[in-house]
Structure formats: structure tokens, C-alpha cells
Ligand binder design. Structure first.
Ligand code: TXA
Ligand code: MG
Length: 326
């Protein structure tokens, strides 16, 4: 076995050209986005797509997000919806929209559904690779199925190792939480399938009514968003959540994570703080990296403070709730 695997590529033009060449040849390459790292493959190449599922240990019923450079490229793989005019200024950015698919998209991408999820990512390295590849790129988060998403190149290496031989290192991901997923595939209905960095409040300002689809609100949920299993983003160590502004009672050798630094600490625990100011954006940016770190340290449990349930707090709490689900 090649002990040098995985190979890290940089932002150097020759490295990005190599990443694009590998993708055109049907290889998978992990790429940074402004949300989390993605495991990319040519969205029109079935063999390349099959590798994504193998590398991640992902069930085939879980459809993939297709990343494109611009609206012209979107129109080649999905049916544009008139409502896109109201939100397309949010692109490139952390927004994924589910639309009716075009026939060129393989069933492996959509899990056989009539819809396809599309995103125009903002990360300059991802965009450059899209430009050089000249192909739509399917990319799920670059983690083993069910584990915490990667926000640094080293996270991809640590959890996928030589199964993912190529990683473009773009440093820390800006948002640290996966994109917002908005379903516009049904005329007259806009539905939020996954809260993310673009908030429901903003989407409602632009689109009017947006339904929030959750397990509790829909029996359809498993069908509509097959990847959004309750237990997802889970570290091996037990994660316990506590209400914003409260202090939990914890057992010895537990870790306690506050969003905003507190003047006093709970007894017997090791304490971590995301932010001096209580910024949820800062907490979100660091959340997955800290969960990974703490998961290596054999605490009895990891207690994490929830955010107020508005704005980015909804996405932050969503990921934490999944991390805590057993
Ligand atoms: O920020 C992100 O969205 C990252 C970066 C890499 O782009 N990607 C990501 O992909 O989080 P993934 O595969 O980990 O999560 C995508 C979610 C899955 O839960 C999947 O079920 C859902 O999107 N999805 C994909 N296609 C869909 C479709 N046609 N209808 C409904 N849900 C879909
Ligand atoms: Mg994922």
C-alpha cells in the first residue's frame, strides 16, 4: 500500500489542474467548500459516483448534491423554477435548492427520484476546479456516513484515510455547517429540508411562506430527505445538550462546552468556550472540529450548550440534536 496516501493538493494552479484532470478521469477528490469539505466526483459518470458511496459507506437511497458554476450550468441538469429569480442572488453560497431533474442526471445522484439538489458553491478553490473540470460535480460531505462532517482537510484524512487518496487543502471552512436545503420541486410550495447558514427568516423574506419539514411534521420526511436520519453527525462519545444560558450538572471527567465564555465553571468538568462574545456563527464555525477533538479524549460525556432557536441557531441546534441522538 502507498503509505503516502492521501495526497494533499494545494491552491497552486498545477495542483488544481491535477484535481480537475483526476475528476475528468472518474476519480473522487475531496474539495473544500465554504460550508464543509465535500467528496467530489463527476456527476455524469456512474462509475465515479459509485465510488462516492463506497468510500463513505453511504446507502444508495441517499441522494447527492450536484455542484455547478452558474445558472447556465444549473439549467443543464435541472428544470429552473421561476422562483429562483427571487433567491439566485444568494448564490454562490451555502444554499442548496431541490428542483425537477433533467434526464442527463444519473439515478445514482438522485436515488431514483424525479428531483435533483443543486448548489452553486462560493469557495474559490471549488469554483476553480468546477471551471477547469467543465462538469457538474456531485459532492456529499467528505465523512464516513453518519459521522461528523469535515471542516478541515485533516478531518477528511483522519476519517477516510487512504480510501480518499486526493484532498485539496483549502484550510478551515468558513461556515462549518452544511448548506441550507430548500425544496422548490413542487409548484406553489417552498419547503426547508435542512436548516443551514442561510436562515429561514431570510428565505421567508424573499419567498413568502416556507414550510419547515421535520420528522415531527411529516411522515413523508424520510422519503423527502432520506439522508437526514435522526442519528447523524454523531461522535462515539455520548453528547448531552443543555438549554441556552443554563449550567448543567455533570459527572466527573465530562467535557462542558459553552457558546459564550462564563465567569465560573461547573465543578469536576473540563470547560470549553466557542466565543468571547457569544457569537453563534463563531460557535458553528468551530462546532464539528471541537466535537472531533473531544471525541478522541475519552470523556464520560460531552455536554454542549444549545443556541437560541432563531437565525443560524436553528441549524446549529439541528446538528447538535442529531449528534446527541442515540
Ligand atoms: O454544505 C453542503 O451541502 C455539503 C457540501 C459538500 O456541499 N454537502 C452535503 O452533502 O452536506 P450531504 O450528502 O452530506 O447532504 C446532502 C443532503 C442529504 O441529506 C440528502 O438526502 C439531501 O441532501 N438531498 C440530496 N438530494 C436530494 C433530493 N433530490 N431531494 C431531497 N433531499 C436531497
Ligand atoms: Mg453529510
Amino acid at each position: 500500500m502507498d503509505s503516502a496516501l492521501p495526497h494533499f493538493l494545494t491552491s497552486a494552479p498545477a495542483d488544481l489542474a491535477q484535481a480537475a484532470a483526476l475528476l475528468r478521469e472518474g476519480e473522487c477528490v475531496a474539495l473544500p467548500t465554504e460550508t464543509v469539505y465535500g467528496l467530489a466526483a463527476d456527476a455524469l459518470n456512474e462509475k465515479a459516483l459509485a465510488q462516492i458511496f463506497t468510500i463513505k459507506g453511504r446507502p444508495l437511497l441517499d441522494p447527492l448534491i450536484v455542484h455547478v458554476l452558474d445558472l447556465a450550468a444549473l439549467a443543464e441538469v435541472a428544470e429552473p423554477d421561476a422562483r429562483l429569480a427571487k433567491i439566485s442572488h444568494l448564490w454562490p453560497g451555502p444554499l442548496t435548492v431541490v428542483l425537477r431533474r433533467k434526464p442527463c442526471i444519473p439515478n445514482l445522484v438522485t436515488a431514483g427520484k424525479a428531483t435533483v439538489a443543486i448548489r452553486l458553491p462560493a469557495h474559490p478553490l471549488f469554483r476553480e476546479v468546477l471551471r477547469l473540470t467543465g462538469r457538474p460535480l456531485a459532492a456529499p460531505s467528505a465523512n464516513p456516513f453518519g459521522y461528523v462532517s469535515p471542516t478541515q482537510a485533516s478531518h477528511v484524512r483522519d476519517s477516510l484515510a487512504e480510501r480518499c487518496p486526493w484532498i485539496v487543502d483549502g484550510g478551515d471552512c468558513e461556515h462549518g455547517l452544511e448548506s441550507t436545503i430548500l425544496d422548490l420541486s413542487t409548484p406553489g410550495r417552498a419547503r426547508l429540508l435542512r436548516p443551514g447558514p442561510l436562515t429561514i427568516e431570510l428565505l421567508r423574506t424573499l419567498l413568502g411562506d416556507v414550510e419547515v419539514v421535520t420528522r415531527a411534521s411529516s411522515h413523508q420526511f424520510a422519503q423527502d430527505a432520506p439522508g437526514m436520519l435522526e442519528r447523524h453527525y454523531s461522535p462515539a462519545t455520548k453528547v448531552v445538550l443543555f438549554a441556552p444560558g443554563t449550567t448543567p450538572e455533570v459527572e466527573d471527567d465530562a467535557a462542558v462546552v459553552f457558546i459564550k465564555r462564563r465567569p465560573t465553571s461547573p465543578l469536576g468538568a473540563e470547560v470549553f468556550n466557542f466565543s468571547e462574545t457569544g457569537s453563534v456563527a463563531e460557535a458553528a464555525h468551530h462546532l464539528f472540529a471541537l466535537l472531533r477533538q473531544l471525541d478522541q479524549r475519552h470523556y464520560t460525556s460531552i455536554h454542549v450548550e444549545l443556541a437560541e432557536a432563531v437565525g443560524l441557531g436553528l441549524a446549529y441546534n439541528d446538528r447538535l440534536t442529531r449528534a446527541a441522538a442515540r
